[in-house]
Design a protein around this ligand. Structure first.
Ligand SMILES: Nc1ncnc2c1ncn2[C@@H]1O[C@H](COP(=O)(O)OP(=O)(O)OP(=O)(O)O)[C@@H](O)[C@H]1O
Length: 288
């Protein structure tokens, strides 16, 4: 996926619709309903890649809503369209037809500049490989999305420190990425994803590089953030990671194959299984 953080200059802000209010703790986080405000609405979304010899229909009419406060895992076999969908949710690409609404904005109708602006201001990206800037400290990395809006005052610094503390990095504020563990680096990435009060956190295999202990910690952090009302959309190949979400959407051959809620029992059981796996690893490390 493109690394939008590595532009050399901050892009000039371009007008988009007024921001919709971003929720903090709300009942919608417990049980999203059809009347809840939407983080995004996807309607009959298609994406075709036109090659010399053929046209690849990567998405073939996908529709679903994500209410604010929801926690959605997107799954599917290789080639089913997950990355294509993620690229559109992250405003990195536009559909061939159909619509993808972010608040009041239809990304299909946006210019490249508007897409770049909404991407840096209203989407919180978390990648498998963290995508931190090695020369910057924890607090500076968290501030990067604000830098692209020309916002680097004391208020923004305080916000970045507050987020670092909230993800458990209070004692690592001035560390650089190479002085942090993988899990700590992912915490920085999660704090960075929150700095703009995004429509949602878009996480691409966020625990793919992490061991079971750290995976458990990062998923517990997602649980906590979702409990506070944050909307999370993540792509994963792991069933036990997906079962920590509130809902699993499966793609197959570019189409929506299923869209099922995860019961509280399943979520609890996934939590217990992962905690047990993490404990087993900790015990083994203690013995070795
Ligand atoms: N830029 C592109 N040009 C042409 N075809 C593409 C392009 N990107 C993806 N595709 C095709 O679109 C289909 C969906 O690809 P996509 O990467 O979205 O699948 P995926 O579910 O993310 O797969 P994986 O789990 O292997 O990453 C595949 O057939 C793929 O070959």
């Amino acid at each position: 996926m493109k690394n939008f953080l590595l532009h050399s200059n901050p892009p000039a802000p371009v007008p988009i619709s007024p921001d919709v209010p971003i929720p903090t703790a709300s009942p919608a986080a417990e049980k999203p309903t059809s009347t809840a405000k939407l983080a995004t609405r996807i309607d009959a979304l298609t994406k075709e890649y036109v090659l010399k010899s053929e046209t690849v229909r990567a998405l073939r009419g996908v529709s679903f809503d994500v209410p604010q406060g929801d926690y959605v895992a997107i799954m599917g076999p290789s080639g089913s369209g997950k990355s294509t969908l993620l690229n559109m949710l992250g405003c990195l690409d536009q559909p061939t037809s159909g619509s993808l609404m972010l608040g009041k904005d239809n990304i299909s109708l946006m210019t490249d500049d508007q897409l770049a602006d909404i991407r840096s201001r209203r989407i919180g990206f978390v990648f498998q490989s963290y995508n931190l800037i090695q020369q910057l400290t924890v607090v500076e990395n968290i501030q990067v999305p604000l830098y692209y809006q020309g916002l680097l005052g004391p208020k923004e610094y305080a916000r970045a420190v507050d987020l670092a503390e909230r993800v458990g990095l209070a004692d690592r504020l001035d560390h650089r990425p190479n002085q942090l563990s993988g899990g700590q680096q992912q915490r920085v990435a999660i704090a960075r994803s929150l700095v703009n009060d995004p429509y949602f956190i878009l996480a691409d295999e966020p625990t793919g590089n992490l061991d079971s202990v750290t995976t458990d910690e990062i998923l517990a952090l997602f649980d906590q953030l979702n409990g506070e009302g944050r909307t999370i959309i993540l792509v994963t190949h792991e069933d036990d990671v997906a079962e920590r979400a509130r809902r699993i959407i499966r793609l197959k051959d570019g189409m929506l194959h299923s869209d099922e809620p995860v019961s509280d029992e399943q979520r609890q059981s996934a939590r217990e299984l992962q905690a047990a796996a993490a404990l087993a690893v900790k015990n083994k490390q203690g013995l070795s």
